[in-house]
Design a binder for this molecule. Sequence first.
Ligand code: ADP
Length: 260
Amino acid sequence: NTIKDSDVGQPTLKVPGSPSEIHELGNAFNDLLKTQNKRLQRERDFVSNASHELKTPIAAIRGNINLINRHADKHPEIVPESLGYIDEESLRMQNLITNLLSLSRADRAKLILEPLDLSKLTTSIGQQYQKAIAHTLKISVEPDLKISDNEDTLKQIIVALLDNADKYSPDNKPFTLRLKANDQNVQLEVADQGIGIPDDQKPLVFQRFYRVDTSHSTEIKGSGLGLSIVSQLVKLNNGQITVFDNQPQGSIFRVTFEKS
Ligand code: ADP
């Protein structure tokens, strides 16, 4: 195939219906189908995971009600313990439903982004948070870092990352809330010295319902929804989130936003 001068710059239009075009159309159609099938599969997985997660606490609640009904008159001592389980499991269900609603809202939402002082916001969230936990929280914030984002969802992001550091760290290990910047970006970090996340599972922790399967982490209660909500909210705020190892142990979750 030689190129003639007259060909240069000419768009190459294939004759409609020619075999190569039909082939291309076929491929495009198959790709589309594959994407749609994957989405459908993801939605099915989501519904079946959610139903399973809701069924477990309901079964525990019903089991304990049954126990009280049948045995409370002869063994009244079982009542406080059973009520304790019912309380715990109904709280778990409530949190799960709150998280599911949060996810479905984050799926549809388009946020109003406004200029704000992330340094002030981060410091105030950190100070409030410290009052509510037993761990020591170190706060290290560069002043006057401004971004254009949505304040409510930023709070949600920061608190969710702090909640995880609190949950997955032994009691004697402090963790850090850090805010720093380079020329283009502002970086918000929560760095803990907790149980850490194996390399092969780092990308997976942002998926819905994913929980790291180690003896350490499965002892700690959770639904596997927190980080998927965080990652949706980060996206809506035009940010990016990554996780890497802290030294000598633990994890660092870093959210990067463009400076304004
Ligand atoms: P949950 O904590 O409710 O299980 P998340 O979506 O917040 O759900 O986190 C997903 C999984 O990632 C957790 O189950 C845990 O295995 C792991 N993980 C999250 N944060 C940390 C952390 N700071 N240190 C160690 N593991 C973590």
